[in-house]
Ligand binder design. Structure first.
Ligand SMILES: NC(=O)C1=CN([C@@H]2O[C@H](COP(=O)(O)OP(=O)(O)OC[C@H]3O[C@@H](n4cnc5c(N)ncnc54)[C@H](O)[C@@H]3O)[C@@H](O)[C@H]2O)C=CC1
Ligand SMILES: CC(=O)C(=O)O
Ligand SMILES: [Mg+2]
Length: 636
């Protein structure tokens, strides 16, 4: 017998012996010394029969202790008793249900792997990374930062979409906080269940529109985790100071409402004043505990995205990523498309832009693009008014005109006059292909969540574009929801096309050594810098000027020679550098607008003295790096 296997046999017989001792004699005086030591190490005492187990830890420490953790099976009274409220999804599961959920997920793995976006092993890779995240945060972020190009598509779009769709099955250890409609009146105390005294960045969702996948209810927590992974990897926000939040106000997804293994509240979504009061309570609670936190709203259905943004943006440090982050990234790309035509920036207000999708993202983009055009034309009222006529917005019911009944107030400023579009050979509800045929736009931008919307017919129609380099932004996520693929687009429109997509695709080889570049037009190039810049400036709010500065910085990041090749966004491998630049631009603007109140030792007056290079150094020095700190033990 080898030395190793004899040791194994010895230790297994010792284990058997210990087990026997523990089972047989937990109340007996003859409990073995070894078993007693084991009890002591685990810091609990146990008693026989149905008497409770005494634990000497609470809250997150219990969830992280495999000996005590019951996961979703903690009853509501236990959750209250042990300060666990908010640290678990709201639906209490029985032990057999937990096991069923685990088994269903285990069996589904192969199916999901086949279902995966572009990488058949994407979900398996996510699981491996997630387990590392649970075990060793520093190492996890080191791996992510050093391999960001390879793993951003796993922790973020597209795989994060698949993760959200299957979150009830994938859920193992909780991450982040859950506030549910059942917690009304309790949130102010619940926030103290979170173990960190300092939180810099919260990403919150209500799960109502996750990427282009619709209402995923409580499972939407996955997107907040993915976004915060980028905050750490790209912006160097300390991972101990980020908090993903899910506000579960129910779901209108009928499949989830009927799924016995669903982890969220199984009731229809709250609406109206009831809904607003939950979000108000959440905002008040988090800003009471962490007055300097920044809250990023993510993937709220459009009606609430705009409403909540208006409600909070002048009182709290918050922004809506889908409305404001996406707009900035689109502006940078649209300006890039002008440069790629060899034209000066002042030509931007002449661009004809057709937008498919009038939700939070589409309307956010047209609003910001209109303001940018107006600014380039002198920022007058008439410039703002005339810029409106550069946009044709098409939604599920076709071209939006003033003849539309029940028009969404957000879309109203972009509703075309019936007479005007009549002259263009169009009418209310005209189809996308008709609009493209008649308008011959410079840019076709998709934020519709409809995969394949830019059909062959639409792409053929774009061949009539009056631009020398027409541009397509197929920005919907995840991959399956992209309005078209780069292969489809380049095959019809040829090598002069400028192409960007929301989720990553490979470049296209067009023959003769020519490359059709696929840019990733995703708000990930801005939101980390907006958050970091706001944090380090200590700005009270996030102003339009700060968002504009971020977008202009991203646009200016690209060199002429890249842009002329059709490369309008940076490679994701430089996301940490671009984020530093964006954050510095945001800090500078906050200082100029007199909003900056300072951060830690850098007070408002010190900030005022910094030039842009010094601001960049200040930003860089405040970005967290994944290095192991030296640890020292001290007795309590
Ligand atoms: N690349 C990026 O950085 C970002 C991408 N997005 C993507 O944008 C998409 C939309 O997001 P939201 O605006 O919040 O969603 P939403 O659901 O509020 O809006 C979707 C819009 O598309 C319209 N639509 C549906 N079918 C259509 C059709 N056949 N033709 C034209 N329009 C159609 C709807 O009427 C609606 O106006 C999602 O897929 C999301 O992933 C959102 C934010 C950032
Ligand atoms: C990228 C993003 O925020 C979205 O697709 O919703
Ligand atoms: Mg989003």
């Amino acid at each position: 017998m080898s030395n190793f296997s004899s040791q194994l046999r010895l230790s297994s017989s010792l284990l058997k012996h210990l087990k026997h001792q523990i089972n047989a004699t937990s109340s007996s005086t003859s409990t073995s010394a070894a078993a007693a030591m084991m009890f002591e190490r685990r810091s609990f005492t146990t008693t026989e029969g149905s008497r409770p187990t005494i634990v000497h830890k609470r809250s997150i420490d219990i969830l992280h202790d495999p000996w005590f953790n019951k996961g979703t099976a903690f009853s509501m009274t236990e959750r209250d008793r042990l300060d666990l409220r908010g640290l678990l999804p709201p639906n209490v599961m029985s032990s057999p249900q937990q096991i069923e959920r685990f088994m269903v997920d285990l069996k589904r793995l192969e199916v999901h792997a086949r279902d995966g976006p572009s990488d058949p092993n994407a979900l398996a890779k996510w699981r491996i990374l997630n387990r590392l995240h649970d075990r060793n945060e520093t190492m996890y972020y080191k791996v992510l930062i050093e391999n960001i190009e390879e793993y951003a598509p796993i922790v973020y779009t597209p795989t994060v979409g698949l993760v959200c769709q299957n979150y009830s099955g994938l859920f193992r250890r909780p991450r982040g906080m859950y506030f549910s409609a059942e917690d009304r009146g309790e949130m102010m105390s619940m926030v103290y269940n979170w173990p960190a005294d300092q939180v810099d960045m919260i990403v919150v969702t209500d799960g109502s529109r996750i990427l282009g996948l619709g209402d995923l209810g409580v499972q939407g927590i996955g997107i907040t985790i993915g976004k915060l992974d980028l905050y750490v990897a790209a912006a160097g926000i300390n991972p101990q100071r980020v908090l993903p939040v899910m506000i579960d106000v129910g779901t209108n997804n009928e499949k989830l409402l009927k799924d016995p293994l669903y982890l969220g509240l199984q009731e229809h979504r709250l609406d109206g004043e009831e809904y607003i009061s939950v979000i108000d309570e959440f905002m008040e609670a988090v800003f009471t505990r962490w007055p300097h936190v920044i809250v990023q709203f993510e993937d709220f259905q459009s009606k609430w995205a705009f409403n909540l943004l208006q409600r909070y943006r002048n009182t709290y440090r918050m922004f809506n990523d889908d409305v404001q982050g996406t707009a900035g990234v689109a502006i940078a790309g649209l300006l890039g498309a002008v440069r790629a035509q060899g034209k000066p920036m002042i030509d931007f207000p002449k661009q004809k832009i057709v937008v498919a999708g009038a939700g939070s993202a589409g309307i956010g983009v047209v609003n910001a693009a209109r303001k940018t055009m107006a600014r380039l034309l002198g920022n007058t009222e008439s410039a703002f008014e005339s810029a409106r006529s550069q946009f044709w917005v098409v939604d599920a019911n076709g071209l939006i005109t003033e003849e539309r009944t029940n028009i969404d107030p957000q879309a109203l400023p972009f509703a075309r006059k019936a007479k005007e579009v009549g002259h263009q050979g169009l009418k209310e509800g005209a189809s996308l292909v008709e609009v493209v045929q008649q308008i011959k736009p410079d840019v076709l931008l998709g934020l519709s969540a409809v995969g394949g919307l830019f059909s062959k017919e639409v792409l053929e129609a774009l061949k009539g574009s009056t631009s020398t380099r027409p541009a397509i932004f197929a920005m919907s996520n995840p991959t399956k929801n992209a309005e078209c693929t780069p292969e489809e687009a380049f095959s019809v429109l040829g090598d002069q096309l400028i192409f960007a997509s929301g989720s990553p695709f490979n470049d296209v080889k067009l023959g003769g050594g020519v490359i059709g570049h696929c840019n990733q037009g995703n708000n990930m190039y801005l939101f980390p810098g907006i958050g970091l810049g706001t944090l380090l400036s200590g700005s009270r709010i996030i102003s339009d000027g700060m968002l504009q500065a971020a977008a202009e910085c991203l646009a200016a990041y690209m060199k002429d020679e890249e842009v002329l090749k059709g490369i309008i966004y940076p490679s994701i491998s430089s996301i940490r550098d671009i984020t530093k630049e964006v954050a510095a631009a945001v800090v500078k603007e906050a200082i100029e607008e007199d909003l900056a109140e300072g951060y830690r030792d850098m007070d408002a007056r010190e900030l005022q003295k910094l030039d842009i290079e010094e601001i960049k150094t200040y930003v860089k020095n405040n970005m967290w790096e994944p290095r192991y700190p030296t640890l020292v033990y001290r007795k309590e």
